[in-house]
Design a protein around this ligand. Structure first.
Ligand code: OGA
Ligand code: NI
Length: 203
């Protein structure tokens, strides 16, 4: 971040290293829950090309007319979110939006599209959004675990029965390119990406 921001840069660096470590531990647990080799997902995410994002939501005079972040699923693998004490995150479950109350001692962790593909659809990425209010600005800090750019996302054999693959192989770099240049993440990002890959094949 340059010399003027070297302290801030160092904090970000340390935060990301801690999050990377935490996310690999969570990956081990997710692997165990699916009955696969404990090291499998840890190894898969070893040289991860993860992303950190700082969100700032200013107050809005008419908060019911807008959203801080529209409904979407994170295209990444696993999100570890730290929100301040203002509140605004909502998750869509059973046809309803539910607010996720901030808790200063806890992170919010959710699955993203890439891990849904990697687990052959067994783990689902979840639809969420952020609302704003007319009083207080809100800040959140998100760490998005993502595979190494060139790593091929393919589910372990144990999770594929009768050759039934939900998504085809892809690399994180191509999926990232798709979400940055061609498509704004929503609930159907992976399906739209599959169609885009098919079209690319034909060129
Ligand atoms: C995101 C996101 C929610 C929040 O950055 O992808 O969903 O509460 N953020 O800021
Ligand atoms: Ni999100």
């Amino acid at each position: 971040m340059g010399e003027d921001f070297s302290d801030f840069g160092r904090v970000c660096q340390e935060y990301c290293e801690a999050m990377s470590k935490l996310s690999l531990n969570i990956m081990e647990l997710l692997g165990m829950s699916l009955g696969i080799e404990r090291s499998h997902f840890r190894d898969f995410y070893k040289d991860n090309d993860s992303i950190m994002r700082l969100n700032y939501y200013p107050p809005c005079q008419k908060p019911d007319l807008t959203l801080g972040t529209g409904p979407h699923c994170d295209p990444t693998s696993l999100t570890i979110l730290h929100q301040d004490n203002v509140g605004g995150l909502e998750v869509y479950v059973n046809d309803k939006w539910h607010s996720i109350a901030p808790c200063s001692e806890a992170f919010v962790v959710n699955i993203g599209d890439t891990f849904m593909a990697l687990s052959n659809g067994l783990y689902k990425s979840c639809l969420h959004r952020a609302v704003v209010n007319n009083q207080t600005p809100r800040k959140s800090l998100a760490f998005f675990l993502s595979p190494n750019m060139d790593k091929v996302v393919t589910p372990p054999k144990a999770l594929v029965s009768n050759d039934r693959r939900i998504y085809r192989d892809f690399t994180w770099s191509s999926f990232l390119e798709f979400t940055q240049k061609h498509y704004r993440a929503d609930t159907k990002t992976l399906d739209a990406f599959s169609n885009w890959l098919k079209k690319e094949d034909q060129i």
